[in-house]
Design a protein. Sequence first.
Length: 287
Amino acid sequence: MNDTAIRSRWVLANGVRTHYAEAGGQGSTLVALHGGGAGSSGASGMGPVLPLLGRDFRVVAPDSIGGFGLTDTQAPTPYGLISRAAHMADFVDALCLDKFSVLGNSQGAWSGVYYAMLHPDRVEKLVIVSSLTIAGSLGLKQAPNEAMHALMGYDGSRAGMKRLLEALIIDKARITDALIDERQRAATRPGAFEAFQRMAQGIEFVRNDPVLKLQTQWQEALPALTRRIPTLILWGTQDTFAVPATGRALAEMLPDARIEWVEGAGHQVQTDAPDRAAAIIREFLHG
């Protein structure tokens, strides 16, 4: 068996039929969490780095609840990303993972950090890739841009999916027909669009609830977490969604975290520059 091949797997995570991609099998475990764009999944969001990191680690990349990948579209998400982080907790428990590192892109990074705040004894290291969501939880503001409009304006069409991917990935050669079609199938399967809408409603509910929104204000909690758990931030120099200025501001607020800029990469650093991203992540996890 080729341990670096991406394997399709299923697990029942607290009653939620959860699909995940897996690579490797030797060494410590890395949980890889995809971003929040329509149709994303463990394989489509993290696929280019999975076989590369699988040479050194066991990498598991779940499809989140909220209409992503192949995971059950009926799973409830009343608290938005907090619900997504709870699903991650159920997922790692279902796989009997006691200690592991976390790699997360965008909303996936937020979910991984939230989990680490609740379970700092179980997370060995954190890798944050281009997360505007985390920046927002630190009180950082960024003006709307065209990439945001493309992501939020996905209309269910294949052309809309292509526009979405072009907002996230700079290297257009990596936006293949296979990738477009894979994400389009995931985004348009029965129940996925409604699940995606419910996730957005859950995020908005938390944002406006006077008690719950306090759980998303990390000005003190995240710097404290990065003092306890070694943290790496990867950011693309050409990110048009979470712009480099936001990455620099985030790094200033997290002086104990290490930041690495990946030249020419966009919001999905792991897709635009998989070899470079994998090399940096590998060195950090082994260090």
